[in-house]
Write a protein that binds this ligand. Structure first.
Ligand SMILES: [Zn+2]
Length: 382
């Protein structure tokens, strides 16, 4: 039986942390947990939804979620705390099935070991001071995990054109707006680089036109750095897509696109800043800054040298050529974002009355962030 659409409101971390005390006292195995003691934990969409879909009890699903969060190979920063929590809750093999006092003692010993005969911390002190902060941390992780679950589950509903939470649908729209700003930049960069590689072999093309293309391509790169920074600052930089593997590929591509162009951290921030113009960002302003400033001239010279370093045969570009690596990652980014957006776009443009976003809004978004490659060049400006 399919789960209902995930709700927008969930319990706060403090309510979850309070209920986790019951899990510590009883141990994280389904038969020990009393549903009456865990109303908020069991109502979390990431617990209730999968439980309903797979026909297990919510307590059993809660244990599955806790195990997942506290797995030793999770790429989390809280590695020590997660290990301690696994011991404390009885998710770890060495404490599974043990009474609360044994689990607490082993956790205490893990975090505050006896030191050459000097006893570590008293168990009472540990219980009083250190258990609740660990549970608070776990509650925060649960809230975060649940938010991602609700986003992914909403994505699946949008893709299947099922009713979905409007608030979460709007959050997807918001994410794709960030993704498409970078899409436009990378599409402009890809187009400029391809045109540049063709044009430079043509003796008819004047150097002023090549110079123009070097500058517009650098402008698109600067815009990409700017929008990537904004995405990091304003949305935490987490690449969230319906498909986790595709999200990882996009994250890798943006990493390579940051890494392969010949720009240092300092250059990148100079470029981002130069591309950031209020109220209207314009190539001509960026272009002027390139000439006004030593840093700008230096970056442009380095960019030109980098472009010239590509000696590839256009038909069979080199695997290790930096410029072609950048071209490939622009292409991959654009393709994946399009596929992921196209899976859900119809939910937004569907029959009137069922869509929370009007077709006009989607069209406007497409216009603002998905310029065709020819229009995305800025030759008419400046
Ligand atoms: Zn090349």
């Amino acid at each position: 039986m399919p789960a209902p659409p995930p709700s927008e409101t969930v319990s706060g971390a403090s309510a979850l942390a309070r209920e986790l005390r019951h899990v510590v006292n009883q141990g994280a195995w389904a038969s020990a947990l009393d549903p009456v003691e865990l109303p908020c934990l069991l109502a979390l969409p990431c617990v209730a939804g999968p439980a309903q879909e797979s026909g297990v009890t919510a307590q059993a699903q809660l244990v599955i979620v806790l195990r997942h969060l506290l797995k030793p190979d999770q790429p989390e920063q809280n590695e020590g705390a997660n290990r301690a929590l696994a011991l404390l809750l009885g998710v770890a093999a060495t404490t599974k099935g043990f009474a609360s006092v044994v689990r607490r003692e082993r956790t205490r010993e893990y975090l505050y070991p006896d030191d050459h005969g000097h006893p570590g911390m008293e168990l009472d002190t540990f219980n009083r001071r250190h258990v609740q902060p660990l549970l608070d941390l776990l509650a925060d992780e649960l809230v975060e995990y649940d938010a991602l679950y609700r986003m992914r589950s909403t994505y699946e509903r949008l893709a299947a054109k099922l009713p979905a939470s409007p608030a979460l649908a709007v959050m997807w729209l918001d994410r794709f707006q960030y993704y498409y700003r970078m899409w436009s930049d990378l599409s402009g960069l890809e187009n400029d680089l391809a045109v540049y590689l063709r044009a430079r072999r043509d003796p008819q093309v004047a150097d002023s036109r090549l110079e123009r293309r070097r500058r517009t391509s650098l402008w698109f790169l600067a815009r990409f750095f700017l929008h990537l920074d904004q995405f990091m600052d304003q949305r935490g930089g987490l690449w969230l897509l319906g498909d986790e593997e595709q999200a990882q590929l996009v994250a890798d591509s943006t990493y390579f696109l940051r890494f392969h162009p010949p720009v240092t951290e300092q250059d990148a921030s100079w470029l981002s800043f130069a591309a950031l113009e209020r109220p209207v960002p314009g190539f001509h302003l960026f272009n002027r800054k390139l000439d006004e400033d030593d840093m700008g001239r230096l970056i442009l010279a380095r960019w030109q040298a980098w472009l010239e370093a590509c000696k590839c045969d256009v038909q069979a570009p080199g695997e290790d050529c930096e410029l072609h690596i950048v071209l490939r990652h622009c292409g991959r980014y654009i393709e994946i974002i399009d596929v992921e957006w196209n899976r859900i776009v119809e939910w937004f443009t569907g029959p009137p009355g069922e869509s929370v976003i009007t077709p006009e809004q989607v069209a406007e978004m497409n216009q603002r962030w998905r310029l065709p490659a020819e229009d995305a060049t800025v030759e008419h400006q400046g």
